[in-house]
Design a protein around this ligand. Sequence first.
Ligand code: AMP
Ligand code: ZN
Length: 113
Amino acid sequence: MSCIFCRIANKEIPAKIVYEDDKVLAFHDINPQAPYHILVIPKKHISTLLELTEEDKDLIGHIYLVMNRLARELGVAERGYRVVVNCNEEAGQTVFHVHFHFLAGREMHWPPG
Ligand code: AMP
Ligand code: ZN
């Protein structure tokens, strides 16, 4: 299997995991862009947001609730956090397994780069 995030989900390569359940895995980004930079992925392989289907609606809602929980556990819920999902090349997607960037711990800028 060549997908790096499937390999992390299968524990074939290591990651600093902060949350896991049967559907979702959350781990620290290897190249953090903020004091807290966690990637939340579905364990199921979905290449991009465009590949989401009706059957994934609960899964995506669940991912937002996991990030909600992370924000509280990390103590950044009130200060704030940002969620970013890049879809395809022009948006900056480099790993083609859907992942939600959870970013927190510093002031975020707008518009994003
Ligand atoms: P994107 O550019 O939106 O596709 O984001 C891919 C993210 O995955 C980047 O922020 C990378 O730093 C991160 N990344 C790539 N490989 C790994 C890895 N093995 N463990 C953790 N994060 C990774
Ligand atoms: Zn994958």
